[in-house]
Design a protein around this ligand. Structure first.
Ligand SMILES: [Zn+2]
Length: 88
């Protein structure tokens, strides 16, 4: 019924970040590629991925079935304190 179809491929380019922005580095590299006519359709996109990590233990944000942070007791205490403030 369903068939696996490849719809997109992303290549990752690591740009040096010293003294310039990543966006500027991407534009500079695109300009360089544009000088080579056979690569006219190449484009560089900057995609940033963010995750929420616990400020106490560093684990990825996650909650148990009751809605409590599941990573560490410090996060659970903080969550309890915040919840108490909201309720009072
Ligand atoms: Zn934690």
């Amino acid at each position: 019924m369903f068939k696996k179809v490849l719809v997109d491929i992303e290549a990752i380019i690591h740009l040096p970040v010293v003294g310039w922005s990543v966006e500027q580095g991407a534009r500079d590299l695109e300009d360089f590629l544009r000088d080579h006519r056979s690569r006219d359709n190449y484009r560089i996109d900057i995609r940033r991925t963010y995750e929420n990590h616990c400020e106490f233990c560093g684990y990825l944000e996650d909650y148990d079935a009751d809605g409590y942070p599941s990573c560490c007791s410090a996060a659970q205490l903080e969550w309890e304190a915040t919840r108490t403030e909201v309720l009072s």
